[in-house]
Write a protein that binds this ligand. Sequence first.
Ligand code: PLP
Length: 416
Amino acid sequence: MKTLNLHKDVSFDVQKLREEFPILNQSVNGNPLVYLDNAATTQKPLSVINSIDNYYRTINSNVHRGLHTLSERATEAYEASREKIRDFINAGNTNEIVFVRGTTEGINLVAATFGRTSVNEGDEIIVTGMEHHSNLVPWQNLCREKNANLKFIPVSDEGELILDGFENMLSERTKLVSVVYVSNSLGTINPVKRIIETAHKYNVPVMIDAAQAVSHMKTDVRDLDCDFLAFSGHKIYGPTGIGILYGKENFLEKMPPYQFGGEMIKSVSYEKTVYNELPYKFEAGTPNISGSISIGAAIDFIKSSGYDNLYRHEQELLAYANEKFNSLGGIRIIGTAKEKTSVISFVLEGIHPYDTGTILDNLGIAVRTGFHCTQPLIEQRYKLPGTVRASFAVYNTKQEIDMLAEGLKKVKNMML
Ligand code: PLP
């Protein structure tokens, strides 16, 4: 198997870090893997893989049920992870941390509970023109059910939110503002704190889709003062099938349960049920125990890497990629906001993104092509059939960006 020494060129000690990611050390289509699809999902360090392995080898048991030792150990580890997550996002207490399947389920939970009980005919929900389908379709659906209206904060050509008219959009009809913190297809970091402050002046609660934020920058729910926030484990170096919904306790208390069954009950008779306390009221059925525990290992990984190091390294990669792309010519970058995470969406002029993606894959380079689950943004706002997206994580290197640039030259030679 061919492997690379990718790391002489960067200040961050990527070499050491890459050793913790066994998946990176492999060939794909006869070439060393260059994994640049981190906005879709990140790879997992050994600590996370070992945490999953260790759970099934040593303490696999159901939580909050048995009096036996294994069940107690599993419950302890599960709740310790909840506390770790609370601390990680600086929530006030663990009642505000609900384990869900991912960002999508977190948003659906809020739409199905808070949304269904507080949105009525003629009411309004505000999102932005750059939402992932996960933060668009649940609200579209709710508005359709309730005969309410969905409004959009517009997006500029550069990929920034146009907030001039935002305050005027707010009224007593507005029941929620739900905004993506970092755009998955453009990389734009949105000024969510300012959006929250403005919405709160009108007593409108704000939900933050933080799926693309938490892996890149410290996210502090109390500093932001958001009312709900959701993110996914698999995008922060953790497992798939696990995510977090944060909600302020006063909102969660008033919301009805999302699903019904075991775990979310305090007592049940043939006639009626008394629901459990927070956060268990929202955790019906046997949860993803190994995932819940191992997301804690992912948080430990991020903490030990250090947000400052991580952010600096990724910003260096972003700047380097911008430079490379500019010198290539015939390439249009979609999303040039001043504040961006390490995501570059682009199109090679005259070449369909799918062709670019396929040729790059043959070279062992994994990028994402298409709408990136933001079809209205790409198709209606930017009038494109899709883009190619390269997204960098903490383990990527400048040499990998060189390989991407070389790959793009080959694409141009083949297609033009
Ligand atoms: N929101 C954003 C901005 C995303 O990038 C994604 C995933 O790509 C999601 C929501 C949905 O996350 P998940 O599929 O993990 O639920």
